[in-house]
Design a protein around this ligand. Structure first.
Ligand code: C5P
Length: 213
């Protein structure tokens, strides 16, 4: 299969040297890419700014902002079988990006506007045999909120976890994989490497089922 994996954070610039971002490390995306490659799949990674190590034979596309990531995903998605959207895409960006470094020494009210939802835009061009996996980071009512996201974004699988698992945390507390038929797999306590392996095998299984239909 052809895997497309997004990883890391995005950066939303206010001016040439300042931006809004988050502490995503790209680690889970890295492990998914590695496992998929080991399993003999062709792999392309679209990564935001993080130290995503090279993996032999894996194509890496570097982006910064959510809009750049959206363009790259839409282009690559056309020819892939699987999209695994591990990237922590910024939900907002500054309304205005200043060309020159701001020199304001006084309070400043920053206006943010929503970024487009990449998974939602992909859903519109998705073909029946493509598998799309999303992630949800929740503070409360994990399963309930995740189920809503799975339905709204019409995903084949959604991995829900808590904010405690974010960034370079090695703790992996609550993790659930949700499926459209209502099934839930409890992966709590899995390391990122173990979760990545589980996901790649699940995707292979899912793809086989789709092709049989
Ligand atoms: O809605 P929320 O941001 O929690 O959804 C998380 C999932 O949606 C992740 O898989 C993330 O990569 C994806 N996402 C996206 N476009 C955005 C924000 C998040 O595709 N603008």
């Amino acid at each position: 299969m052809k895997f497309l994996i997004t990883a890391g954070p995005t950066r939303e610039y206010l001016d040439p040297v300042r931006f809004i971002s988050n502490p995503a490390t790209g680690t889970l995306g890295y492990f998914v890419a590695k496992k998929a490659k080991q399993r003999g799949h062709s792999v392309t990674v679209i990564t935001g700014p993080c130290s995503f190590s090279e993996i032999r034979g894996v194509k890496k596309i570097q982006v910064e902002s959510a809009l750049e990531m959206k363009d790259a995903v839409e282009k690559e998605f056309l020819s892939c079988d699987v999209l695994v959207m591990t990237a922590a895409v910024s939900d907002w960006r500054p309304e205005k990006r200043y060309r020159e470094k701001l020199k304001m020494k006084r309070p400043w009210k920053l206006k943010l506007i929503p970024n487009p939802d990449i998974l939602k835009s992909v859903e519109k061009i998705k073909k029946g045999n493509q598998v799309v996996v999303g992630f949800a980071l929740e503070s409360t009512s994990i399963i309930e909120n995740a189920r809503k996201k799975l339905n709204e974004k019409k995903l084949d699988m959604l991995v829900a976890n808590t904010v405690e698992n974010f960034g370079d945390s090695s703790r992996n507390n609550e993790i659930f994989v949700l499926y459209p038929d209502g099934k839930i797999k409890d992966c709590s306590g899995y390391s990122k490497r173990k979760l990545a392996s589980f996901l790649v095998l699940e995707i292979e299984r899912h793809n086989k089922l789709k092709r049989r239909k």
